[in-house]
Design a protein around this ligand. Structure first.
Ligand code: GDP
Ligand code: MG
Ligand code: ZN
Length: 305
């Protein structure tokens, strides 16, 4: 199955393996490609200019077209790595096991806000156990601020239709801690998908070896999903205080009523955000994530001077 491209559209990057790529051409054909020069860094979702290489089966990518957005995160060396580009949706997956790390979820949701794309929180593996009240309350907090949530199971198939509806006609990336079932979900959603999945117990903590950086697969009812098996669980961050504030939509909303227009919602007087937390209108746990992300930007900023 191919990802729908309109006639005459530029080739689309549908898989990356280090410097090697798979391209889908406008006629639906898939070709492998190399990248011209060291400075070009195409990622899944990129539109590129490319040409066939004479006397070789491969194509050469010569230019990456301007991106509408990109999802980046720090890699193991602390450098920003772009995971995918030109997205319309981010699905953040959690499960138990592994023990949910909601800070990772909040960081991806923050990135989605800054990119201007929709996002949802998925809780997978409901076949193992019904989610406890802690998980349900947390998901409800996300619903309250306008993120859709889905409880599902890649194994039993429960509620996968809800996920299909969410992802239909989107260009989505599936993110989340390793072992939550991202590849398993995509294998159920995308036809002909055969992504490798790995039991949590078989994973080494220090990053397992994966050859594929990321791959984009077509969905049966239109749209596409990207799987990006990372070597470790690095979630996006930001070094800009205003971006952190914008990245937490409920904090940005209540923050409009603070006394000071540059209020960081920490110890400032007449802070509408603090009032909203006390009134139970903002989740205290989300506020902790906000403060944690803010603290990490402070460290970054201090390092610069
Ligand atoms: N019980 C159960 N196990 C699942 C489910 N989804 C994935 N798994 C298992 O969880 C492990 C990690 O899955 P994988 O798709 O590789 O996770 P990823 O790292 O997020 O891509 C594998 O052993 C899967 O078989 C599910 O819905 N229920
Ligand atoms: Mg995977
Ligand atoms: Zn404030």
């Amino acid at each position: 199955m191919t990802i729908p491209l309109s006639d005459g559209q530029e080739p689309l990057v549908v898989a990356t393996f280090s410097r090697r790529m798979a391209l889908q051409l406008a006629n639906g054909e898939k070709v492998s490609a190399r990248v011209k020069g060291r400075r070009l860094r195409p990622v899944c979702g990129d539109r590129v200019e490319a040409e066939p290489i004479a006397n070789e089966p491969e194509w050469l990518i010569t230019r990456v077209l301007p991106r509408t957005n990109e999802l980046g995160r720090p890699n193991t060396r602390g450098k920003l790595e772009v995971l995918a580009a030109n997205l319309s949706f981010i699905a953040v997956v959690t499960a138990d096991p592994p023990t949910p790390d909601w800070f990772i979820v909040d960081r991806y949701l923050c990135a989605a806000e800054l990119m201007g794309v929709s996002a949802a929180v998925i809780f997978n593996k409901t076949d193992l156990a019904e989610p406890g009240t802690g998980v349900r309350d947390t998901l409800q907090d996300y619903e309250r601020i306008g993120y859709q949530t889905v409880l599902c199971s890649a194994r039993s198939g429960t509620n996968l239709d809800a996920l299909r509806v969410l992802l239909a006609r989107q260009t989505a990336i599936i993110v989340g801690q390793s072992g939550v079932g991202k590849s398993s979900l995509i294998n159920r959603l995308a036809e002909n998908a055969d992504l490798p999945t790995t039991a949590v117990s078989e994973r080494s903590g220090e990053g397992r070896h994966t050859t594929v950086n990321s791959v984009m697969l077509a969905l049966p009812n239109g749209g596409a999903v990207i799987d990006s098996p990372g070597v470790r669980d690095y979630a996006p961050g930001t070094d800009n205080v205003n971006d952190v504030i914008r990245g937490f939509r409920e904090i940005a909303k209540f923050g409009a009523d603070c006394k000071f227009s540059d209020c960081r919602h920490l110890r400032e007087p007449d802070c509408a955000v603090k009032a909203a937390i006390e009134a139970g209108q903002i989740s205290a746990r989300r506020y902790e994530s906000y403060k944690r992300l803010l603290a990490s930007t402070k460290k970054l900023t201090e390092k610069k001077y």
